[in-house]
Structures are given as structure tokens and as C-alpha cells.
Design a protein around this ligand. Structure first.
Ligand SMILES: [Zn+2]
Length: 124
């Protein structure tokens, strides 16, 4: 491994990652971890690319999500039990893949939208 190596990786239009003094294995691990969060640069609902990165801390829990400024949909992230890494929530609690790659739009209680709420229309 060469000393003082610098590696710049573009993750999205807005975000680049610069790694210093790493090797190929370290670079791949870092790119994978950062790209999981910052590489989701296109909304699964409207294909917009104007993203807002959100962290909320509520009652001892941390919530991480990406929100689309175009249509208001959001992609929520969970945390792995081991390794303290984030992963996009693309499946429901039963393990079924969500529509639009997990991007969901907030719908006020009692208001039915074009997309049915989870559990409302299982294709079994
Ligand atoms: Zn959108």
C-alpha cells in the first residue's frame, strides 16, 4: 500500500467521498457503507434527485431517512444489530418487498391515497 494515497469517489451529484491512505479492501468497504446511504440519489417514487438527509432522535432511538424534496416521499433506514451500519428498509415486516423500492409518502390518518397502505392488498 502506497503512503499518502488519495481516492475520490462520487456518490451522487452533491456528495463525494475522499479516502486517504486506504487499500482496495478498505476502499470497497467504505464505498459500500457510504453508498448505501448517500448513493440513493434518486427517489423511487418520482425519480427526483433533490434529496434531504434527515436524522431524528426520539425517545432513545435514532431515525435516519432520506426525503425527496420533489414529492415528499422518504426512504427509511434501519440499523444493523452488529456493526452499527445503516440499511435501507426495502421490505415490510413479513419480508415482502415494498413498492417503489421502499420509498413511501406520508399520508395523513383517514386519507386514502393512490397507493394502498401496507397489508391492504397482499397479492397471495
Ligand atoms: Zn420523489
Amino acid at each position: 500500500m502506497a503512503a499518502n494515497t488519495k481516492l475520490s469517489i462520487r456518490l451522487s451529484d452533491d456528495i463525494s467521498l475522499t479516502l486517504e491512505n486506504t487499500n482496495v479492501k478498505g476502499a470497497i468497504a467504505a464505498i459500500e457503507e457510504f453508498a448505501t446511504y448517500f448513493g440513493n440519489s434518486e427517489c423511487g417514487a418520482c425519480q427526483g434527485t433533490d434529496m434531504q438527509y434527515i436524522h431524528r432522535h426520539v425517545q432513545d432511538y435514532d431515525f435516519y431517512e432520506i426525503r425527496c424534496r420533489g414529492c415528499g416521499s422518504k426512504l427509511e433506514f434501519g440499523e444493523t444489530k452488529v456493526g452499527n451500519k445503516l440499511f435501507p428498509k426495502r421490505k415490510d415486516k413479513e419480508g415482502n418487498y415494498l413498492v417503489d423500492g421502499g420509498w413511501t409518502k406520508y399520508q395523513p390518518q383517514g386519507q386514502q391515497g393512490a397507493t394502498a397502505p401496507a397489508g391492504g392488498g397482499d397479492p397471495f
